[in-house]
Design a protein around this ligand. Structure first.
Ligand SMILES: [Zn+2]
Length: 461
């Protein structure tokens, strides 16, 4: 196949009318995704949360010998529950033998619980939460009232008897029963949707987040070593409460944190969540946060970002710190309607991403952005590599000072576009791949690579 290039009329650029001239096509909303989102059940989320609470603790260092209490019973129930949804879903423990280190106070076997819904291609999209819990005297509100934000990686003092299981009550219904219930519900909805996804979807319940993102780090390490093509991780941690500890209620927005700099893959994924969340769940607002996480707090999405994967973290809009890492983190602190809305936003983003072609490549083999001023020396000349399954591309741009795309334009099945008299130094440009049904990839941005400093010798050196 030959991919052509097109030159777009300059008036489009100058007039700023591109959005109205290139209106969204009707195919942008996929009725199958609408049906999938509609199948997300508040009642099921509630039933899962009550079940998770019934284990009393899911501390990663709690007992594993009881069939009804502790981490062993909890992980077995999650495994069995996800196995019951569909024969298409491949459910397993992701198991590690972990020697004593950091906040892991004794040798322990740790198990993430993962459900894989195979797609036509091996590229993977994750929806995740952490099923483990912790409760300490005073909880998170005691940590917050100290002088400054705590270092989330700071060591905690060793227990008197490190061999004793940590079995104190730690219901963890919001942290992170909410993210776990959301992940389990999406495993059900996606596996029962009948949709043939291009990407492989993974529904992951991480363990030992509270010991320093340990389950996520272990899985990310393995994925990096085995070169597993993880494209995106949507991590949900504390997404079930709509009322802050200060009494402020917000059941209509969700915060999404991402790793910088501004056009990193993580930021691009965050913008994608906002764009497609708004399209399918317009009643819920995605508030993007241009920082990795809240002050002094950590989450599993960072474990993936730190190893070069692309992850974002969903966080409820208004937190109640008295209900975190505390025996008060119970079902009473949950708004099921709010949790269901957050699940729908996740579903919209994950389904669109899993049906869309992969994002186009916008760098040369030498890592340089494939953007130039040719042919006149004053034009914006964008090149990209074709994405399998794409029938069109959407180019995006914005002023070079600003976080959100300001203009976008659908172009045909080409791999080169010239925007006459548009100075590439004044705008950020990006491109997404679009398939025949209107599913769109994340936007690949043209980014200036960092330059190393060249030392200058002075006389006598
Ligand atoms: Zn958490």
């Amino acid at each position: 196949m030959r991919y052509g290039s097109i030159v777009l009329a300059a008036f489009l650029v100058a007039s700023g009318t591109s959005r109205s001239l290139f209106a969204q096509s009707a195919g942008d909303i996929d009725p199958r995704i609408v049906a999938l989102i509609a199948s997300i059940s508040q009642d099921r989320l509630g039933a899962t949360l009550k079940k998770l609470e019934s284990f009393e603790t899911r501390n990663s260092l709690s007992s594993t010998d009881s069939p009804t209490r502790g981490i062993g019973a909890a992980r077995q129930w999650i495994l069995d529950e996800m196995k019951s949804f569909s024969p298409k879903l491949h459910v397993s423990f992701d198991t590690y033998q972990v020697p004593k280190q950091g906040r892991i106070t004794r040798d322990v076997e740790l198990r993430n619980v993962m459900a894989i819904l195979p797609g036509r291609s091996p590229r993977r999209i994750y929806v995740s939460g952490h099923y483990d819990t912790v409760a300490r005297a005073g909880g998170q509100s005691a940590s917050n009232s100290s002088d400054g934000p705590r270092d989330p990686d700071a060591p905690t003092p060793p227990p008197a008897d490190p061999m004793a299981p940590v079995d104190n009550l730690a219901p963890g219904v919001n942290d992170d029963g909410s993210g776990t219930a959301l992940t389990i519900e999406l495993a059900r909805a996606f596996s029962q949707s009948g949709i043939d996804f291009d990407a492989t979807l993974v529904f992951m319940c991480h363990v030992a987040e509270e010991q320093g993102l340990v389950g996520a780090r272990l899985h990310a390490q393995k994925a990096a070593a085995e070169k597993i093509p993880i494209e995106a991780i949507l991590n949900n941690d504390i997404v079930g409460g709509d009322t802050g500890g200060n009494g402020i209620v917000d059941g209509a927005t969700i915060r999404v944190y991402s790793e910088g700099p501004e056009d990193s893959p993580s930021r691009s994924l965050a913008r994608f969540v906002q764009r497609w969340g708004a399209r399918y769940v317009p009643s819920h607002r995605v508030r993007l946060m241009a920082r990795p996480d809240r002050f002094g707090r950590g989450g599993d999405h960072s474990a993936y970002n730190q190893l070069g994967f692309t992850a974002v973290g969903f966080r409820e809009s208004r937190e109640n710190f008295t209900r975190q890492h505390d025996v008060r983190d119970t079902y009473a602190g949950i708004s099921l309607n709010y949790l269901a809305q957050n699940a729908r936003v996740n579903a919209a983003a994950a389904a669109t991403l899993a049906l869309a072609p992969p994002a186009p490549g916008v760098t040369s083999a030498r890592g340089q952005p494939t953007i130039s001023r040719a042919p006149s020396g004053y034009d914006a000349n964008l090149r990209w590599t074709a994405s399998p399954g794409a029938v069109a591309y959407r180019i995006f741009w914005r002023e070079a000072w600003g976080p959100d795309w300001q203009r976008d334009m659908l172009v045909g099945n080409v791999t080169n576009v010239v925007l006459p008299n548009m100075q590439i130094d004044d705008y950020v440009f990006g491109v997404a791949a679009v398939d025949a049904a209107g599913h769109e990839s994340t936007v690949s941005a043209y980014v200036t690579p960092p330059r190393a400093s060249t030392p200058i010798r002075t006389a006598g050196q």
